[in-house]
Design a binder for this molecule. Sequence first.
Ligand SMILES: [Zn+2]
Length: 93
Amino acid sequence: MVDARKVKDMVAKKSSQFVGNIASGGKVPPHKHCRICQEAISVKADPRVCKQQACIDQNEKDEKNQRSVRIAMFVFFGLFAVPYLLVLVNRLF
Ligand SMILES: [Zn+2]
């Protein structure tokens, strides 16, 4: 048999925990996290990194990487798009 009182207690505890989480969550001021080390930083921080030089360097490196990946994607796409367009043009004429 299931002890009804125990179940009731458990439900009460769970719901009070839930309410507690919402209450404390509302008190946290708006903030961002460093994208490298996840440390809390100012909302206005731009780029989104803390003041550690290691994080600033890492962020710069990542941005450079992203830029080269984007360029590589454009080139890759172009390699596929050009022959496709040529075939399309050949079919039309
Ligand atoms: Zn950091």
